[in-house]
Design a protein around this ligand. Structure first.
Ligand code: ADP
Ligand code: F6P
Length: 321
């Protein structure tokens, strides 16, 4: 393959720029031509496609967001949209495409592959909800942002003897909640992948206060319910502490990526190009046990689901007594 394109799609994630940089630099290193597509699949269909050179990706590795922009473009779920996108790629002489995005974006890459156009998916989302990879690009940064916020909230919780319910992102996955919860020493972590009992949580808060505990932190994954609703349920279950809620929101998605996300993005970007160079497409790349892996994207999306590491939940239950 001599001419490829790269795009970012779905929710932006810190480290997407590092991934695009790696794709561009590795492609040029291998003697290939590389094009950028603005605004994900929307830009593909609109023909918003332009050449990327070595210096197009200079000064980008440390930046959050995506300089190729992103979009939610439901029209790409239609056959018409997909064929129009392929038509635009072909007009530019492009033979393969790298898609950096979440599970929705992977669906788009899978459709391209089904229509005979080689696509490779790179996992880029803060949610860490993509099957076939232990970590997605952006997850580590989001966890560290949530952790920083939790450490700050703990200060106020201690000063005022308060209970904080902190709602973190993750869509339907509890990974951000689990990791930031364990790292911050949260008293409870509430995630969609595990059942919970509000009455027991309230009992634990009360027991902590009796022991002289000043701060109480409860990390709540947005996929369970909103923090205000959860606070209401705690009240109904007899909570009488000085309760506050904090919704971290999109702050978790912005800013400079951590070293771990930059390195992961660099590895996966270069790896994807190596595969396309060999003429291989229809793949999703990822990292498993610190090793780069590639899988058939259709088989992966059809047969696998992301698995949240529930040993972290059990660990927190044991050490946050
Ligand atoms: P993410 O990739 O972060 O999960 P979305 O779910 O919004 O974000 O998906 C990003 C984009 O991928 C969508 O806006 C759409 O253009 C494309 N997409 C999503 N689902 C499909 C599908 N079933 N078929 C083709 N394209 C899809
Ligand atoms: O997929 C990333 C994510 O930030 C989720 O954690 C969250 O549920 C969703 O996107 C928010 O979407 P939007 O940016 O469209 O409000």
């Amino acid at each position: 393959m001599k001419r490829i394109a790269v795009l970012t799609s779905g929710g932006d994630a810190p480290g997407m720029n590092a991934a695009v940089r790696a794709v561009v630099r590795k492609a040029i290193y291998e003697g290939m031509e590389v094009f950028g597509v603005n605004y994900g699949y929307a830009g593909m269909v609109a023909g918003d496609i332009f050449p990327l050179k070595i210096n197009s990706v200079g000064d980008k590795i440390q930046r959050g967001g995506t300089f190729l922009y992103s979009a939610r473009y439901p029209e790409f779920a239609t056959l018409e949209g997909q064929l129009a996108g392929i038509d635009q790629l072909k007009r530019h002489g492009i033979e393969g495409v790298v898609v950096v995005g979440g599970d929705g974006s992977y669906q788009g890459a899978m459709r391209l592959t089904e229509h005979g156009f080689p696509a490779i998916g790179i996992p880029g989302t803060i949610d860490n909800d993509i099957p076939g990879t232990d970590y997605t690009i952006g997850f580590d940064t989001a966890v560290n942002i949530a952790l920083d916020a939790l450490d700050r909230l703990r200060d106020t919780a201690t000063s005022h003897v308060r209970t904080f319910i902190v709602e973190v992102m993750g869509r339907n996955a509890g990974d951000i909640a689990l990791w930031s919860g364990v790292a911050s020493g949260a008293d409870d972590i509430v995630i969609p992948e595990h059942d919970f009992n509000v009455r027991k949580i309230v009992e634990r808060v009360k027991a902590g206060h009796k022991r002289g505990k000043k701060h109480t932190l409860i990390v709540l994954a947005e996929g369970v319910m909103g923090a205000t609703e959860f606070a209401q349920k705690m009240r109904e279950a007899g909570d009488d502490s000085d309760l506050r809620v904090s919704v971290l929101g999109h702050i978790q998605r912005g800013g400079s990526p951590t070293a771990r996300d930059r390195v992961l993005a660099s590895k996966l970007g270069a790896f994807a190009v190596g595969l396309l160079k060999e003429g291989k497409g229809g793949l999703a790349v990822g990292i498993q046990n610190e090793r780069l892996v590639s899988m058939d994207i259709i088989a992966m999306l059809t047969n696998h689901k992301h698995e949240t590491d529930l040993s972290l939940y059990e660990l927190n239950r044991q050490i946050s007594i």
